[in-house]
Structures are given as C-alpha cells and as structure tokens.
Design a protein around this ligand. Structure first.
Ligand SMILES: NC(=O)c1ccc[n+]([C@@H]2O[C@H](COP(=O)([O-])OP(=O)(O)OC[C@H]3O[C@@H](n4cnc5c(N)ncnc54)[C@H](O)[C@@H]3O)[C@@H](O)[C@H]2O)c1
Length: 350
C-alpha cells in the first residue's frame, strides 16, 4: 500500500546561484522560460480535437518542440485543459466543427502538418449518437483530408479497436474485424486517410493516465478511480486482454514521427508496447498491490466492449520509437492524481 506513508525529509539540492539566467518576471518571458517561443518560420501543426484527452497533452509536447500549434475543436467537453496555453505566442485556438467545411477551410490552408484527433470517441458514445458519429468520424475526416494542403504531413489517430476479437497476435497486416460502430467508423476513416499520400495512421492502444482533459471512461482510469474513491470494483470477463498506452507516450509518438517522417510516411503503425498487453484481472491485481478495496469478478454479465486481443509493436520499434511509461508508473500517477477529482452528488449532503 502506497497510500498513507508520509515522505521522509531529505536534504534538497538547490540550483546554483545565477543572476544572468533568471527569467524576467513578465508574462510571456516567464512563459517562454517554460515553453520556447517558436521561430516565426517554425512549422504550423494543426490539431483537430486538440482540446480532448489526447490533444491537450499532445499540444504541450508540440509547443515544447518549438512548433506553432493551432487547435481546432468544437469544445464538446469544454476547453479548460487548454486555458493555460493562451499565454504562449506559438499557440492559437479556433472553435470549429469538422463537419462545417466552410468554417474549416481558412484554418487548414496554411498547415504544414495536421494531426486529426477530432471525433466521437469510444463505443458507448458512438452507440448513443450513431448519426452524429457517422457525420463527425467519417464526413468530418473527409472534410479535413480534402481541405488539408497536399504537401502537409497528415497523421490520423486510429485505434486498436479496428482489430476486434483476434486469435494470436495482431500485426498491422492482421485483417480488421471491428465489433462496434466506433471501430467500424475508425476503420473506414483510416482507409480513406491512407489513400492520401504523405499520411500516417497510428493504431493506438487504449490510453490511460492523467491529462488536462481527464477521461474516467477509459478502462484503467475507471478501475483506478473506483478502487481508490469508491473502494469497490465489479469486473466482467476478467480474462479479456487489451493493450494499453500512457497518454504522454501517445503524444511522444507524434513528436517522434515528425522527426523521422520520411522513414515512416505512407504506413500504418500500432502504437504501444508488448509489455503493456494485460488482462483486466492483471490490472486489478496491480491495483490490489497499492489499494484496499472490494473486488468482485462477475461470472454472469457481459462487457459490451468485446475487444480481446494482443498486439505486436515491432514495426514502430523498428523506426526507433518505444514507450516510456510502464503500468506501475502510470498507476502510481493515477492514484496520486485521482484523489483530486470530486464528483458531487446533487441530491446528497455527502
Ligand atoms: N483515448 C484512447 O484510448 C484512444 C485510443 C485510440 C485512438 N484514439 C483516438 O484519438 C483521438 C482523440 O481521442 P481522445 O481520447 O482525446 O478523445 P476526446 O473525446 O477526449 O477528444 C475528442 C475531441 O474531439 C472534439 N470533437 C468532437 N467532435 C468534434 C467536431 N465535430 N468538430 C471538432 N471537434 C470535435 C471534442 O470536443 C474533443 O475535444 C480520437 O480520434 C480517438 O479515436 C483514442
């Protein structure tokens, strides 16, 4: 249990005194000390869906790399995660719906690269809003593709959901078998994207970890939150196997790709790591090592998300990318950070 121990004091090592290197205490200069001010000729990276769970982490990585970044998002879940970024000269934002071609057009014409994250994400949301899911995830993707300058680099955020239930280990050449509308739409959109030259599709593993726009509907985040805050976790189909990636590593994959574009372009990559293939039961046992909670595996009942697969990441490793955050680091981060989340019940005093 790592929950209650208070840290032991140690002797801190302060930075050496330096008068010349201190940041000036005025808005932008202090900000620039944290993130660099981009060169006026720095490439402009447009990120659709940049206010989301992945996007709000990715945008920070891109700014730190010295890119100019423009986020286009309709703020379906708000934009709080982007608020601290408005002080950076390299950052800009437009409230745009990817279904609206006319509104989209002027904000894509000068892009040097585009990372297309916008969409209705996850099978429950697509099941709830199927027509909207088609229009955003498919028609919206077509709009972005058609309006993006042909010479711009294009990265599509695809998903391992395309694989569905697979015997054996999935490589990028495994036939796709999506089991939900979300998976079907992502598969179709990926096919359209890969007809465009100068494009890369990332089939990301399932994300977890803290982001400025947190999602508690992701499996590991949800399990950690329930175990930590409710002290109770009910799990169906404990043997289902999935593959996970920390959200910071998703952003690192994009940054890595821009550094070695010519080796990677026009291909599809699974993004994750074999050491992050786990069953649901594995995740609960890692949580049990850290927290006390009641765990119940249900024999009756069914997880509507039928994904069950194990993935190979040889291809992305061959171009020099490997993840950096393992399950233990990620869970420690979640257990530390999720305590801050307060979900108030409106009809209860406690
Ligand atoms: N999170 C994961 O586990 C995961 C795994 C694999 C792939 N992906 C893909 O990564 C991308 C980002 O996922 P996320 O987890 O950040 O989801 P998210 O729901 O947090 O972010 C999606 C963003 O898209 C925006 N958006 C929705 N509809 C829009 C529209 N019509 N016009 C403009 N913006 C719109 C939302 O406002 C939101 O900010 C998605 O394409 C998703 O399919 C995510």
């Amino acid at each position: 249990m790592s929950t209650g121990n208070s840290p032991t004091p140690s002797s801190p090592r302060w930075p050496a005194a330096s008068l010349s290197g201190s940041p000036t205490v005025t808005g932008v200069r202090v900000a620039s000390a944290l993130l660099p001010e981009p060169h006026p000729d720095a490439p402009l990276v447009v990120v659709t869906g940049g206010a989301g769970y992945v996007g709000s982490v990715l945008v920070r990585w891109l700014l730190a790399e010295g890119y100019r970044v423009r986020v286009l998002d309709n703020l379906m879940f708000g934009g709080d995660g982007l608020l601290p970024l408005f002080m950076y000269p390299g950052f800009s934002f437009q409230e745009i719906d990817v279904r609206d071609r006319k509104a989209l057009k002027p904000w894509l014409s000068d892009a040097h690269a585009l990372v297309h994250l916008a969409g209705l994400v996850g099978y429950p949301l697509c099941k709830k809003l199927p027509d909207m899911a088609r229009r955003v995830n498919l028609d919206g993707t077509r709009n972005v593709l058609e309006l993006c300058p042909p010479e711009a680099r294009f990265i599509y955020a695809s998903t391992g959901s395309n694989y569905g239930e697979v015997q054996g280990i999935c490589t990028e050449d495994t036939p796709l078998n999506p089991l939900s509308l979300y998976g079907e739409l992502k598969t179709m959109a990926e096919e359209i994207c890969m007809n465009r030259p100068n494009t890369i599709s990332f089939r990301f593993a399932t994300a977890f970890g803290i982001s400025p726009r947190l999602r508690l509907d992701l499996m590991i985040n949800d399990f950690a939150y329930q175990a930590l805050m409710n002290r109770y976790l009910l799990v169906y189909e404990k043997h289902f196997r999935r593959t996970f990636i920390h959200v910071q590593d998703m952003a690192r994959a994009v940054v890595h790709t821009f550094r070695c574009w010519d080796r990677m372009k026009d291909r599809i990559f699974n993004v994750g790591h074999e050491s992050m293939n786990f069953t649901k039961e594995d995740i609960t046992s890692f949580l049990k090592d850290r927290l006390e909670f009641l765990l119940y595996f249900a024999e009756i009942g069914r997880d509507e998300d039928r994904r069950d697969y194990e993935v190979s990441y040889d291809r992305i490793r061959a171009v020099g990318f490997s993840t950096s955050i393992d399950i233990h680091m990620g869970l420690n981060e979640l257990i530390g950070g999720l305590r801050l989340i307060r979900i108030q019940k409106p009809y209860s005093n406690v």
